[in-house]
Design a binder for this molecule. Structure first.
Ligand code: ATP
Ligand code: MG
Length: 618
């Protein structure tokens, strides 16, 4: 159990927590939620003992091993697998001792302890965690220094999961993940046996993983039992109840006041009036908590070119060294397009985004771009690359050298940097605040094409909704890379799949893609587990057309079943359902019944796909 008592935390002239208390139960999964800048990361710092509380206390079970993913990504020449294995310090120490040559009795002890802590399965366990986070076998063996910051963060995450601490503390763990790895992590954390404290703005993750929600709001902490959806209901009820009580107290006050006003002058009633007056003074006003107004994202009005905005004709693109990353790109972008890019990390989504932004030139092929086309680019690395010593005002000023200070400040205000906040250095801004600043910068010059690479990372839920609205109101074109399903669903009307060195329009919706991604993953896993010497399947007996048809049938069947599941899940998620236990149980039963046929359909689809692939290769 972690116990927080009357905690007050101040930083940079702000009070983030004031006399806040909460108990985090042992072995439970607690989601720490709250607005951007509320103080969640700072609270974690205090729990970890990195900063001192101004008053109050935090206590933890003695000798509990705490695991936390540091903000700094690990580097150096070790491989991801080495780095992960080293995270289990006890195992590493025992192995070192064994190697150094201990005496016989000690060796026996060492071996016993190694068995106790499951050390012999360590390599397999570490490798499976890394695989879940997207590292294939060759990647696991490359030195860390060859990986980007995002991938090194995954190594840090893998290491902490591997070390299996008693208390696991994570700050927005899905920010560096793609869709596929985020699904894996959800599943892994849901089965995590120890105490978990996780900061996240990701509703899916919070619902899949959490048994409790700890809400940091208006400098206070409140813990709710249940997942995130449950928390929202409870919180709404609480707000409604508070409002009702406040209204009652208010009515009482008015009534007393009128009594006092009427009788104060009358000598006979003066006594009663006096006592009512006292009672009135005792009626403390109820302060109704309110959800604060979320910051708005206002993208500038733009003048649009005539379609098409950009066309590529058999373009290939890549970097100076090595082969082209993508070839044969035949695409057209129109001013009102909303395009979601699909495909696992490393497939070249960011390369394609840079090509559209004009930051990378085609190696071969023809290109047409509308005259005076301006693109706005938002990406994670822009947040990381911000000069930490410059303020929001200075950073936006760099992009708008001709703007007067007043104009810069008013633009900053519209992105949530009002008053003194505009003069805080970037290094002291919270993750969400930095993301908002990056938006203000990316859209400052009124671009007609917005390229957004994981734009919802760091943003709180209310800001995410506002961002969706802003994207939908924006008149120009949008190209989106994100692992946020709901963002894709709510904003994109076309999907392009980046895979195997090509980019092709994806013929299907997001559910189709989810099914595809999951089954591909399973196929990959099976391929890894299969012994290499397996005899090749007999082929050539069936014609390719029949295999294609079989694949199509399997695909359709799978799509039908998953659509049914989505529908059931949607209905099960309605308040009318979960407030009625009988109904909820019925939905749960139906969903459970569907699981088996879906698994079978996936297996059929998979073997059909494999058969076709084998026949194609033959
Ligand atoms: N040294 C400092 N000077 C001024 N303000 C600071 C300083 N350090 C932190 N802050 C402010 O404290 C607030 C809390 O920051 P913190 O990083 O804890 O927020 P958070 O809840 O984790 O937000 P997010 O969801 O965006 O990550 C922010 O408004 C931040 O700008
Ligand atoms: Mg934070």
């Amino acid at each position: 159990m972690i116990s927080i008592e009357n905690l007050t935390l101040r930083i940079g002239g702000l009070t983030l927590l004031e006399e806040a208390s909460a108990l985090i139960p042992e072995g439970r999964h607690v989601g720490l939620v709250g607005r951007n800048g509320a103080g969640k990361s700072t609270l974690l710092d205090a729990i970890l003992g990195h900063i001192q509380a101004d008053s109050g206390s935090i206590s933890m079970p003695r000798r509990a091993r705490v695991g936390f993913v540091a903000q700094e990504a690990p580097g150096g020449s070790a491989t991801p697998l080495d780095a992960v294995l080293a995270a289990d310090e006890e195992r590493a120490a025992l192995l070192a001792e064994e190697e150094a040559g201990a005496d016989g009795a000690r060796i026996a002890d060492i071996h016993m302890r190694l068995a106790e802590i499951d050390a012999y399965s360590a390599v397999a366990r570490g490798a499976s965690i890394l695989a879940g986070l997207g590292f294939d076998a060759t990647m696991q063996a490359r030195p860390l220094s060859e990986f980007s910051g995002g991938w090194r963060m995954r190594v840090a995450l893998a290491a902490v999961l591997f070390a299996r601490p008693d208390i696991l503390i994570l700050d927005e763990p899905t920010n560096h993940l793609d869709l596929e790895s985020a699904l894996w992590l959800e599943d892994y954390l849901a089965r995590w046996p120890g105490t978990l404290l996780v900061v996240s703005h990701d509703r899916r993750l919070l619902n899949a993983v959490c048994t409790h929600i700890l809400h940091l709001d208006q400098k206070r902490l409140t813990i709710y039992t249940g997942d995130y959806d449950r928390f929202e209901i409870l919180r709404q009820e609480r707000l409604a109840q508070q409002a009702a009580t406040a209204a009652k107290v208010d009515a009482q006050r008015k009534h007393m006041q009128s009594f006092v006003d009427r009788f104060r002058a009358k000598a006979t009633k003066a006594r009663q009036a006096q006592s009512r007056l006292k009672a009135l003074a005792k009626l403390t006003p109820i302060i109704v908590e309110r959800d604060e107004e979320a910051v708005r994202f206002e993208f500038p009005e733009v003048e649009l070119p005539k379609p098409p905005m950009i066309t590529f004709d058999r373009v290939s693109v890549g970097y100076e060294t090595g082969n082209p990353v993508l070839t044969g790109i035949d695409l057209r972008l129109d001013p009102d397009d909303r395009i979601g890019l699909l495909g696992a990390n490393g497939n070249g989504k960011s390369t394609l985004a840079k090509l559209f932004a004009g930051r990378l030139q085609p190696l071969t092929g023809g290109t047409m771009r509308a005259a005076k086309l301006k693109t706005g680019f938002f990406a994670q690395h822009q947040i990381e690359d911000m000069d930490p010593r410059r303020t929001a005002f200075q950073l936006l000023g760099d992009v708008l050298p001709d703007a007067v200070p007043h104009a810069i400040r008013s633009r900053l205000g519209r992105f949530g940097f009002s008053g003194p906040k505009a003069d805080v250095k970037a290094e002291n801004l919270s993750g969400g605040e930095k993301a908002r600043l990056a938006f203000a910068i990316a859209t400052a010059l009124a671009p007609q094409l917005l390229i957004l690479d994981e734009p919802t990372n760091h943003l709180d839920m209310a800001s995410r909704e506002r961002l969706v609205a802003a994207i939908n109101e924006f008149a120009g074109a949008v190209i989106l890379v994100t692992h946020d399903w709901s963002l894709l669903e709510l904003t994109c009307d076309r999907l392009w799949l980046v895979a195997g060195g090509r980019v092709v329009p994806f013929d299907g919706d997001l559910d189709d893609y989810r099914a595809l991604a999951l089954s591909e993953r399973r196929a990959q896993k099976q391929a890894n587990e299969k012994p290499k010497s397996e005899p090749p399947k007999s082929r050539g007996t069936r014609d390719i057309g029949a295999l294609r048809r079989a694949l199509k049938t399997a695909e359709e069947e799978l799509a039908k079943l998953t659509a049914k599941r989505t529908k059931l899940e949607g209905e099960a998620g309605q308040p009318a359902t979960y407030s009625d236990p009988a109904k909820a149980a019925e939905y749960a039963r139906q969903l459970k019944e569907l699981a088996e046929p879906i698994a079978r359909a996936e297996a059929r689809w998979l073997s059909a796909a494999e058969a076709l692939e084998a026949a194609d290769a033959a």
